[in-house]
Write a protein that binds this ligand. Sequence first.
Ligand code: XUL
Ligand code: CO
Length: 439
Amino acid sequence: MLNKFFPQITQTIPFEGKESKNPLAFKYYNKNQKVGNKTMAEYLRFSVAYWHTMMGTGSDIFGGPSFKREWHSSLNLIEKAKFTLDAAFELFQKLGIDFYCFHDRDIAPEGESFAQSCKNLEIIVEHAKTLQKETGIKLLWGTANLFSNPIYSQGAATSPNAHVMALASAQVKNAIDATKELDGENYVFWGGREGYETLLNTNIKKEQEQLARFLHMAVDYKKKIGFDGQFLIEPKPAEPMKHQYDSDAAATLYFLKEYELLDHFKLNIEANHATLAGSSFEHELAVASAAGKLGSVDANRGDLLLGWDTDQFPTNIYDTTMAMLIILNQNGLGKGGLNFDAKLRRSSTDPIDLFYAHIGGMDAFAKGLLIAHKIIEDKVLSNFIEERYKSYNNGIGSKIMTGEVDFEDLDKWIRENDKPLLKSGRQEMLENIINSYIL
Ligand code: XUL
Ligand code: CO
């Protein structure tokens, strides 16, 4: 096992069960334990987000870095990137996490020219390839950072400047190449500047057409090079832009359908983005899943008292239970996974805090998985829901749904069958049932 950057952790974090008081042990996540017909690891497919975990410095808009990592100590940028990768794989191994995700500019430094940036990426991808081979750890998804460089401040694919759109397209081409080279199972598009700040200077229709064209070029390129990863779009309503085009699951699905892209994409749903959109995490998961488009999850949590993307590690068992109910009901995430797009608080300054953070998130989802599995096995919700819609199974209900009757028929029918019965939705009873499984 790699052992250089986290000497305090001398083994892979063990599973010790719920009675354990060891903060460096799992209470619920037991990698190879079977839950139904899959192991916990197969259902959960945890992933580390490289940008927060390896590149995070604790800085916020009021202050600079609050922690300095040993793996960032070299002044040579390529050497620094290689040390960071070494530290990353050590952390993945010690956590027992099988996947990671990155942006092109997290793993490799941006160069003086575009060509230099591509070269840097190629060098680092070679190193990542070696580490993946040595450890068996896999790439869940790659993506391109189309939001940090000031040239993208007015959009990347949706920039009013075609030269910038060309740059963004070329950058994504190289990020897809890197993802393919590393056998990435997915590729994510998050439109971090694809939106607008003011309508005074914006042609929405034009920008949406540009975004669609860009995604079509990506689909064409994927086919051309034979990349068989899943393309994912990650909705978010705002931040950094005031309005972003992929604002939530429903808006994104409509956009994809409108521009004939729906067959080529699934969604990557992020908990904190859902709450920023004024919805719950489970609402966004349910909308994506109902459309057959829930591909992957950015697992984190926001703070409902703060109106921005706090990207905290998930700890709320109610949320993870509801999420896992939706995920299990669609029999897992396929090629997707649960990527901890979450960062340490500015005041959590030590490398070991990265372990506490991930252990907490993994246990929260493992517990949610166990609870959701039991709820599904016992059919407590599914039986109730089935019963609730039963009036559509025959009689007038089935005639409505098969199109055998129209408004006039129903006008006639209702005059003979007046006064439907009002039945309780039993919300409180169901909430108590869910609590009885959680507690
Ligand atoms: C930003 C966010 C991104 C995407 C990848 O809010 O979630 O980190 O997950 O670009
Ligand atoms: Co995210």
